[in-house]
Ligand binder design. Structure first.
Ligand code: SAH
Length: 343
């Protein structure tokens, strides 16, 4: 094993210039992935945890330049699920073996604390053996506290970039990196299992900003880290920007597995979109979670964060069976459990 990978394994804290080298060449990839798989096996075996993703609304008050459901996109066909529809997704998901439900959406005021808490209580009341994860963007500390008290277990909020200047490139005035970070520290402090992350290859990203992302994550110590390639959407100001690369995304998953041995690392939908075997490749680079879509078929193509987002039109049951088969071909096994982080 090369000295660099050995050092990464030993203390996970490579000095700046070594991290730069690791990020910039493919020369360590084989060893990196092999070593990441060993770490993954130590804590999680060949298990793959599944999360049923329910996209509750594509209304959004924010105007992030990269995102297809941004407020200014007049071409987006807006929807929000009813509470009954959300419960129906959970019912179907439970029958398929899902024991975590992720409620994700744009920042939609309709889903205020009262409605969200009722939904969370309903899900936890009916399925006490399941975890509820939320991904609803920035809210006040008080709001997060209410959601936690209602029974939500986890919260996903990507920081998107830890570099101030880069944050300004990606977001309109009024959005603020400090505020984002404050939300993340609040979530952790309240007791949520907390997830953060960033897009790989977003416009303006450099090796330096990526290193800042890694350093920020080391400070935050999240339980979950989601990364996926940036992919363009035709109705955004970034429509002509290049997509992120699968190579760098996989390399970063491998690095994250070393820096955060026990973290829950999803092989994301964006990774599955950029390459037909993307999600299996993610597993082989050190990921241990996948989040199949449980949203009702009629809204799936509307939650369009980027062009061509994978959405087979299959019913949830078919796509889960297909995924299980694909995973088993590469020696991974989908398990029916909440899939909490290893102790
Ligand atoms: N409103 C929630 C959920 C956002 S969607 C929130 O703010 O957290 C979830 C993630 O999709 C975002 O955090 C972002 O990293 C990713 N995303 C958005 N647009 C994307 C694009 N064009 N390409 C790749 N990923 C994108």
């Amino acid at each position: 094993m090369s000295r660099l990978i050995e050092q990464l394994r030993e203390d996970g804290n490579l000095p700046e210039e070594k991290l730069q080298r690791l990020l910039q060449t493919d020369e360590y990839d084989r060893e990196l992935f092999q070593s990441a798989m060993e770490i993954r096996e130590k804590y999680y075996g060949r298990k793959v945890y599944i999360r049923g993703l329910i996209e509750i609304s594509n209304y959004c008050g924010n105007d992030c330049y990269y995102c297809g459901i941004r407020k200014s996109n007049q071409n987006a066909s807006r929807y929000r699920l009813t509470e009954e529809e959300i419960m129906e997704c959970c019912r179907i998901g439970y029958g398929l073996g899902f024991r975590t439900f992720v409620l994700q959406g744009g920042e939609d005021g309709w889903f205020n604390d009262e409605r969200m808490c009722r939904i969370i209580r309903n899900i936890k009341g009916k399925y006490p053996d399941c975890a509820v994860t939320l991904s609803l963007g920035e809210r006040s500390r008080q709001s997060y506290e209410r959601l936690y008290e209602a029974g939500a277990d986890r919260y996903l909020l990507r920081h998107e970039t830890a570099d101030e200047t880069h944050y300004r490139i990606l977001h309109p005035p009024g959005m603020d990196l400090q505020k984002r970070k404050e939300c993340l520290f609040n979530l952790k402090d309240i007791g949520f299992a907390t997830g953060s992350g960033f897009m790989v290859g977003s416009p303006g990203q450099t090796v330096e900003t990526i290193i800042k992302d890694l350093r920020f994550l080391q400070e935050l110590k999240p339980d979950m880290i989601g990364i996926g390639p940036y992919l363009r959407h035709k109705d955004t100001p970034f429509k002509d920007c290049e997509d992120g690369s699968i190579e760098l995304t996989l390399r970063l998953i491998g690095i994250l597995r070393h820096l955060f041995p026990k973290a829950l690392l999803p092989s994301t939908t964006a990774l599955g979109t950029i390459h037909p075997q993307g999600r299996q490749l993610g597993m082989m680079a050190g990921a241990n979670v996948v989040m199949p879509n449980l949203s009702p078929a009629h809204v799936r193509n509307k939650y369009e964060l980027y062009d061509d987002k994978i959405c087979t039109g299959d019913e949830a049951a078919e796509s889960k069976a297909h995924l299980a088969e694909q995973m088993s071909l590469t020696g991974f096994e989908i398990v029916e459990s909440r899939g909490d982080r290893a102790e």
